[in-house]
Design a protein around this ligand. Sequence first.
Ligand code: SAM
Length: 311
Amino acid sequence: MRFEIVTIFPEFFTSIFENGILRRALAEGLVSVGVHDLRAFTHDRHRTVDDRPFGGGEGMVLKPEPLAEALASLGIQPKAERLAGEKLDSGSVLCQGTTSVVPEKLPIERGALALEGNSTKQTSHQRTRVILLSAQGRPFTQAMARELAATERVVLVCGRYEGVDERINQLYCDMELSIGDYVLSGGELAAAVVVDATMRLLPGVLGNEASSEFESFGVADAEIASAEDGVPRSQHGAGGLLDYPHYTRPAEFGGLRVPETLLNGDHAGIRRWRREQQLRKTLANRPDLLEGAALSKEDHKLLEAIRLKLE
Ligand code: SAM
């Protein structure tokens, strides 16, 4: 998989790609990233990337021409051209424009995509997603990270100032993504978040292939082939819930002892305790997630008991 990041601050990404899992994934060629300086696509002495907003108001807006040139240099044509002649899977929803699209399942086609250094011959819209980072975007979630991880190339356009000229969004971007309900000063942090969350889902990137399925927002047990092997590793399908609390040595710290259940080797007991903790945490911190979570009858009973205790 390849990420292309278009930014006015390419140096922002240096330390991000030089540490931890990202660094290893890059070194091992499991993922590749191209960071593209927007100013390289300007033609004036001042390398101008912004201009004042039509209609007045504060701040500046990223001009469309350098962005369009940067995208063209990556082989990204306007959406209309990319889509022309393409047959869409029936039932799949293709992101078009900005707010009217619902890519519950992004339409992803498999096939050849010729990548040669930075020059990409794009043969299908579905294999490349062009994303505008924006506070006005749809929320970036683990489910979306999973979808992106199945895409061959993700192009991330980082806004700055008051944002990006809307025509770039309309003409080139498959979707706008927001990493949360707050306003950042630029899309770079958001792009780094998208790269990190997506890249760690790629095969071979995490030491344990399965671990991403078992953490917060992970998939349900039913979707995990090896779920019922009886061993309560950190692996217990989250089914859309938050993760349970984790402990390591020493068994006592700051006057608090690790819950006895985790110390006695009773696998079934540990599993039950962890599930209950997941439900507790989710109820306390993100009750909204319970609606979409994959809950068993037993889970519902546990939840009821937790709620009763809280009353
Ligand atoms: N005027 C914009 C608004 O009110 O929505 C905010 C612009 S912000 C100062 C500059 C850039 O930061 C945006 O163009 C976008 O690329 C990025 N950005 C800000 N908040 C973001 C968020 N929550 N998620 C993703 N990108 C964000």
